[in-house]
Design a protein around this ligand. Structure first.
Ligand SMILES: Cc1cc2nc3c(=O)[nH]c(=O)nc-3n(C[C@H](O)[C@H](O)[C@H](O)COP(=O)(O)OP(=O)(O)OC[C@H]3O[C@@H](n4cnc5c(N)ncnc54)[C@H](O)[C@@H]3O)c2cc1C
Length: 290
């Protein structure tokens, strides 16, 4: 007899809900928008993107388009509508003209390793473990370990403390920092400066605000989104999990639909196939591409 799939209630591997929102825990990390400030964003950023968009379709030169936009001769709602249409159509180069610089502090090395995997349209500078002597290196305590049995939590903390203690002893023994740092755990906190254009920021946010992303980096991008909202709710509205603009979820690990933000693409394609079969049975074919 074929195996009957276990119901979510009986299958211990089945996922029961979207991952807990990391925002519920104070993680001790910070993301601060260093540049630009609200005044600059409000005065220049939408006009800059608008100028890039309009230049493609206008006889006017970009100097004149920009002047009109900055001097209030273009309806702000019309500028936003054009920008929304261009972003939603995927014409991404127009939003590479504006950049944001963030100070990111207190994130773990686990996070920074993931973050610096992004290559296109983003620049990083990170605190050096060679040149900085960490007298009291700070570490991250994941919520699951904080909430674990006192024994497990205690052993985690002991392990991390031992590693940092050994680091200090090695420095005192004259071992260079660049070698002593080999004992640092992934939990070690670090600081970075990140500058990104809007296209890259939307792309990174799409991946990292997704509930499939690791909780710490997801929290970081929630903080980043909050900063962008602080200077421009319009631009901030484009920072969303990638399923939001797509209209469906393309994550393999969400085929069971445990994250309900958008239906999984298998579900969408299944509905499409049913619609197609029904149309065929009724003597009508749905349009197909050549
Ligand atoms: C949930 C999740 C799980 C992950 N798990 C793993 C894992 O287990 N192991 C692992 O190694 N990584 C993992 N990653 C990292 C992932 O594979 C990417 O390296 C990372 O997200 C950077 O994204 P990106 O490739 O879109 O790069 P970005 O630099 O952000 O690039 C943006 C876009 O530019 C284009 N682009 C950039 N560079 C090139 C290029 N050289 N050639 C062609 N096009 C380019 C692509 O369209 C790309 O999507 C994971 C990421 C996520 C979000």
């Amino acid at each position: 007899m074929a195996d009957t799939p276990a119901s979510p209630a009986t299958d211990p591997r089945a996922k029961s809900g979207i991952p807990r929102n990391p925002g519920r825990h104070e993680l001790g990390m910070k993301a601060t928008l260093l540049f630009p400030n609200k005044e600059i964003v409000e005065r220049f950023y939408v006009p800059l993107i608008y100028t890039a968009c309009r230049t493609c379709y206008s006889e006017l030169d970009p100097q004149e388009i920009f002047r009109r936009a900055v001097d209030g001769e273009v309806n702000p709602a019309a500028m936003q509508r054009l920008i929304s249409n261009v972003i939603e159509s995927g014409h991404g180069s127009t939003i590479e003209h504006i950049v944001f610089t963030f100070a990111l502090s207190g994130v773990s090395r686990t996070l920074s390793h993931q973050l610096v995997r992004h290559r296109a349209g983003v620049a990083f500078d990170q605190q050096s473990q060679r040149y900085v002597k960490f007298k009291g290196a700070a570490t991250m305590l994941p919520a699951t370990i904080a909430d674990a049995s006192p024994d497990l939590r205690g052993r985690y903390e002991e392990h991390v403390d031992d590693a940092l203690g050994l680091y200090g002893e090695m420095l005192e023994a004259g071992i260079p920092g660049e070698d002593a740092r080999f004992v640092f755990p992934n939990a070690t906190r670090t600081n970075l400066v990140m500058t990104t254009n809007l296209r890259a920021l939307i792309h990174m946010s799409g991946l990292r605000l997704c509930t499939m992303a690791q909780w710490e980096i997801r929290r970081l991008f929630q903080l980043i989104r909050h900063e962008i909202f602080g200077v421009s709710p319009f631009l901030g509205s484009f920072l969303a999990p990638k399923c939001v603009p797509l209209g469906y979820c393309d994550e393999f690990n969400n085929r069971d639909g445990h994250c309900p933000i958008r239906p999984h693409k298998d579900e969408v394609l299944g509905a499409w196939a049913e619609k197609k079969a029904a149309a065929k049975a009724a003597g009508r074919d749905l349009p197909v591409t050549d």
